[in-house]
Write a protein that binds this ligand. Structure first.
Ligand SMILES: [Zn+2]
Length: 294
């Protein structure tokens, strides 16, 4: 039995007979199901237009609100499905896992919860696939996995994705969404900034392009390293991209920051972002760019 939207109550796969008592029964049944759906968390409140939206409708709409086009976050799997031609993606380094090198209290437990929540072993997926026939080495970060934080495995996966670009002379695409470094791994996490950046320098030396796609939100050490080193930096509308948070900056410099500060449109005006593309156009735009630069 399927419901497609709360607003379309009658659009259920129920047999509706022209009989009042039957109709009542059907309505009662519907109400019970709706209640159940609500309880099982299949609805989402849009933070922009405050409409209650059926999650399935958001999923079917590339994780955008069907009422106001608000962009919900996409997980790594969905992003790969959005950008990579069907049946061409070969995942690599899938089994790399994080340890708790500093014995950081609670890290192992948090890591296990993230694995359970996302079905992934780490916060990034990497591999090789085609974008309308152009082979690329791609890595995608997943914000659902410990806030998209860059620990040593995420950094390693991104570095290896860059190295595949060097080895096979294919463009590298990295989609990032991250809260920054993974504090539970301390200096080992910070080291990933240098490691990824150094790999990108080697990529530059062999003349292979790197397209960086920071999406909402990309902050901290990821912005401060590879995400801002793209030959082309592309993002989605109204994405938050920055190093420190707005409040922290305001408190530090004791000044009010302009409207839209750290959002894609503002960053494009400042020259930090090259292209802003709607989610539905992202693959086409990316293909156009790659087609022109390789
Ligand atoms: Zn909305």
């Amino acid at each position: 039995m399927k419901f497609f939207s709360l607003n379309k109550k009658k659009y259920a796969t129920l047999t509706v007979k022209e009989n009042k008592s039957e109709n009542k029964k059907v309505e009662e049944k519907e109400e019970k199901i709706i209640k159940k759906i609500k309880i099982t968390g299949l609805w989402e409140k849009c933070p922009e237009c405050h409409e209650i939206v059926y999650k399935n409708d958001i999923e079917q709409n590339l994780q955008k609100c069907p009422h106001c086009d608000y962009y919900f976050s996409m997980n790594a799997k969905e992003r790969i499905a959005l950008l990579i031609d069907e049946n061409t993606f070969q995942e690599m380094d899938k089994d790399l896992i994080s340890e708790n090198p500093l014995d950081f209290p609670g890290y192992t437990e948090k890591y296990e919860v993230a694995v359970e929540k996302t079905g992934m072993l780490e916060g990034a997926v990497a591999g090789i696939g085609d974008i309308f026939g152009i082979k690329v080495s791609i890595a995608v970060m997943d914000f659902d996995f410990l806030g998209g934080s860059m620990g040593s495995v995420v950094g390693e996966k991104i570095t290896r994705a860059i190295e595949r670009g060097i080895e096979f002379k294919i463009p590298v695409v990295v989609v990032s969404s991250s809260g920054g470094a993974r504090m539970h791994e301390g200096i080992l996490s910070l080291m990933q900034m240098a490691k990824t950046s150094a790999a990108l320098e080697r990529l530059r030396e062999v003349g292979v392009p790197f397209v960086s796609i920071p999406v909402n939100p990309t902050t901290g050490g990821v912005t401060a390293s590879f995400a801002m080193l793209g030959d082309i930096i592309m993002t989605e509308p109204d994405a938050l991209i920055g190093f420190a948070g707005q409040r922290v900056i305001e408190q530090t410099i004791k000044q009010k920051l302009p409207n839209g500060f750290q959002r894609s449109e503002f960053l494009q005006e400042c020259g930090m972002v090259d292209v802003i593309t709607k989610r539905e156009d992202m693959k086409r735009t990316l293909h156009k760019i790659l087609d022109n630069i390789i």
